[in-house]
Design a binder for this molecule. Sequence first.
Ligand SMILES: [Zn+2]
Ligand SMILES: [Zn+2]
Length: 175
Amino acid sequence: MGLLDFLKRGPRKKQCARCGGQAAHGYSQMAESDPKQITPLCLTCLIKQLRIDYADFRGHAVVVAPATGLPCYVFREQRISSPLLEQVGICADCNAQARCLWVHSQGLTIDTFGDVLEKGPERTLLIWGNPSAKSLCGTCTATRIGSRLQAGDFEFFEICSPHDAQEGLVLPMAY
Ligand SMILES: [Zn+2]
Ligand SMILES: [Zn+2]
């Protein structure tokens, strides 16, 4: 199923590949995967998978909170000079070593995500009235993503996590 079909029909007719429940999201290993490589998952199975991915993650990522109206929520590797990544310190929720920097997504829309990609969250989201970025360990990052997803009506065509020692940005976006 391609992105256009997804937008037309919605993903909810699909079955979760793990438990057979109703799948609301597509999970992949990396951004812009071939649609055949995108696995339909229900929210419960997706959250389990994200917890595994983020707990194993050994790099650094800026993670922007899920936002509605954007079909993808994916990690992109960036060879950035992001001053933000240098701020990753101790997890604000549990005091473990942090891996991620959590940024709220107020102001992020289909019209503005391009700016965020191009200029970075520090020159966009963080001057658009969002609270300052917070350092989080992988597990606490997955917990926050999970509670956001449970609280809203999200359907992501493609969602993927950072892996290994990658460095980059997780952003709700379209392509
Ligand atoms: Zn499931
Ligand atoms: Zn933590």
